[in-house]
Design a protein around this ligand. Structure first.
Ligand SMILES: NC(=O)c1ccc[n+]([C@@H]2O[C@H](COP(=O)([O-])OP(=O)(O)OC[C@H]3O[C@@H](n4cnc5c(N)ncnc54)[C@H](O)[C@@H]3O)[C@@H](O)[C@H]2O)c1
Length: 253
């Protein structure tokens, strides 16, 4: 066992997709505060620019990359040689299902959902894993959702995309373990980000009443779990789905 601070990421590089705002930004900030060099990827150039500038003032070593994660070639090209340095990959970029009724989900909506959550994560991971394997060390954390485990009565394409990430997590955990790479999924309940406030939904209303703590999570509460999974303290955890959901629902045995 190492004796130095296991929560320090000094000397490590983390790539977080969808890091311009919300949960991804909170993860990048926390890992950066704990010493990681952070690579922030997002489709929103202004958000990336602002986050990188703000993190710089905190003394965090941050770089930004602007691309659509579902555009595999563009994303790999944009991040370029920095891909080789990634020790911690957080596949976080995502869009909400915007409470879509089943009958209203068209082919374009469906493909976009799958392409961002599944194709984007798949091919970015595929490119980075050989570098991690060469160092015999890596951490991959897939941002799934409570809804990918228990379903939801609207947004079935979102639930399907998140369930696909759980399948990838388990398959990759098996496939990459011999190379020293641990793979886990974080499946949050409802979190206080723009993903949930886009339609004016009140954080104290509806979904908050479904969990035992009667509130939404703050993004940093999800980041704390990601930081744990990325740390040396989580060296025996792989292939798992951990759901910070305030007890909504309590699943499994
Ligand atoms: N907020 C929640 O309640 C909640 C719950 C469970 C899971 N999640 C998941 O957590 C992740 C982050 O969600 P959030 O709540 O922070 O949402 P958010 O909308 O606040 O942030 C998502 C970020 O992803 C970026 N993004 C969207 N499409 C992209 C693309 N094609 N390429 C690159 N970046 C893209 C956005 O620009 C944004 O910065 C998502 O995968 C989401 O599905 C969120």
């Amino acid at each position: 066992m190492k004796t130095e601070n296991p929560q320090s990421f000094a000397g490590k590089t983390a790539l977080i997709t969808g890091a311009g705002r919300g949960i991804g930004r909170a993860i990048a900030q926390l890992l950066g505060q704990r010493g990681a060099a952070v690579l922030l990827q997002d489709i929103d150039g202004a958000a990336i620019e602002q986050s990188v500038a703000e993190f710089g003032k905190e003394g965090i070593h941050a770089r930004g990359f602007v691309s659509d994660v579902s555009d595999v070639d563009a994303t790999l090209h944009t991040i370029g040689e920095a891909l080789a340095s990634v020790d911690i990959l957080v596949n976080n970029a995502g869009i909400s299902g915007q409470e879509a009724e089943f009958s209203g989900i068209d082919v374009a909506n469906f493909d976009r959902m799958m392409n961002i959550h599944v194709r984007g994560a798949f091919f970015l991971t595929q490119r980075i894993v050989p570098y991690m394997a060469a160092r015999h060390h890596g951490r991959i954390i897939n941002m799934a959702s409570n809804r990918g485990m228990v379903g939801y009565h609207r947004s079935s394409h979102y639930c399907a995309a998140k369930a696909a990430l759980l399948g990838l997590t388990k398959a990759w955990a098996r496939e990459f373990a011999p190379h020293g790479i641990l793979v886990n999924a974080v499946a949050p309940g409802v979190v206080f980000t723009e993903m949930n406030t886009w339609n004016g939904m009140d954080p104290l209303h509806e979904e908050a009443s479904w969990n035992l703590l009667k509130r939404w999570a703050e993004p940093v509460e999800i980041a704390y779990l990601v930081a744990h999974l990325a740390s040396d303290e989580a060296a025996f955890i792989t292939g798992q789905v951990i759901s910070p959901n305030g007890g909504d629902p309590i699943v499994g045995i």
